[in-house]
Write a protein that binds this ligand. Structure first.
Ligand SMILES: Cc1cc2nc3c(=O)[nH]c(=O)nc-3n(C[C@H](O)[C@H](O)[C@H](O)COP(=O)(O)OP(=O)(O)OC[C@H]3O[C@@H](n4cnc5c(N)ncnc54)[C@H](O)[C@@H]3O)c2cc1C
Length: 67
């Protein structure tokens, strides 16, 4: 986070935590406006989709129930 409490993101809305994305006013994106937040939300969802395509999803609930 920055000194202003904003979540630091890169161009594709990745945070420093893999698989966690952020968008809008809560982030370091400049110009806090509605249309900017809408675009950032679209970018974050596409980045999350891309992440899911390239990472195996582990069902931890089923794993712990089976144990
Ligand atoms: C007074 C004012 C006037 C503005 N006028 C304009 C304007 O004329 N034109 C313009 O383009 N922009 C304007 N803005 C800026 C615009 O409102 C923001 O850029 C935009 O709303 C940001 O959208 P967002 O989805 O990122 O965040 P937000 O709209 O703030 O949405 C965040 C949501 O998350 C919810 N939330 C917070 N914490 C939690 C939690 N722990 N769990 C679950 N939910 C949570 C909040 O209740 C909120 O609903 C104005 C802002 C203000 C304050």
């Amino acid at each position: 986070m920055t000194q202003y409490g904003e979540i630091v993101i890169d161009d594709k809305c990745h945070t420093s935590e893999p698989g966690i994305f952020a968008a809008g006013d809560v982030t370091t994106v400049p110009y806090k406006q509605i249309v900017i937040s809408m675009g950032e939300g679209a970018k974050a969802s596409l980045a999350a989709f891309e992440y899911l395509l390239s990472h195996e999803v582990v069902d931890t609930e089923s794993e712990s129930a089976a144990a």
